[in-house]
Design a protein around this ligand. Sequence first.
Ligand SMILES: CC(C)(COP(=O)(O)OP(=O)(O)OC[C@H]1O[C@@H](n2cnc3c(N)ncnc32)[C@H](O)[C@@H]1OP(=O)(O)O)[C@@H](O)C(=O)NCCC(=O)NCCS
Length: 176
Amino acid sequence: MGAPSDDRQQVNQASISYRQYSGEQDLPIVMHLVDNELSEPYSIFTYRYFLHYWPKLCFLAFSGDKPVGVVICKLDRHREQAMRGYVAMLVVDKLCRGKGVGSELVRKSIQAMIEGKCEEVALEAEVTNQGALKLYQGLGFIRDKRLHRYYLNGVDAYRLKLLLPLSEGQESAPTA
Ligand SMILES: CC(C)(COP(=O)(O)OP(=O)(O)OC[C@H]1O[C@@H](n2cnc3c(N)ncnc32)[C@H](O)[C@@H]1OP(=O)(O)O)[C@@H](O)C(=O)NCCC(=O)NCCS
């Protein structure tokens, strides 16, 4: 008898490709991925808010032609001179998890934030979300605060932070 078939094994890690969000035509792909996997429901206005203002901070992952992951972020001025990034949504299709796809999506968004002179990145994750906590810890994020009953389902969140050293030539302009 042959080995039982397992869809996970059929996903070839080397076949995963990544690209930036390319416009409104990607919106249904993004919404489908996120709506299937996250516990919080989002309206189309929330997606449009992030994707309209920060399209360059959204990355998609594909296994062949199939969309398998997405990260959505923003980048705002924080205090007078600093830029702060925020990871709003991160999702990987169940069949592609544990292969580094989520980490690679976040790495790509952090790289894009660094190009936007970002000094720190923040996000929230459920205290029970072992996968997300492990992923972000692996990328250097630290636990900043515990937020009581942060989610609609009553679960607490950790606020996670990553401090980024500004590279040479990217320092904030000195105040007058
Ligand atoms: C969280 C999520 C994005 C992780 O994606 P992924 O592609 O499986 O993550 P990676 O393969 O890059 O894993 C990164 C690390 O986390 C670990 N990890 C991933 N999922 C894990 C789990 N469920 N339990 C324990 N560790 C886990 C991996 O082993 C890996 O550790 P390593 O670097 O020591 O090998 C994915 O599980 C997901 O989409 N979950 C549902 C949505 C969600 O929770 N999003 C995050 C909201 S904050």
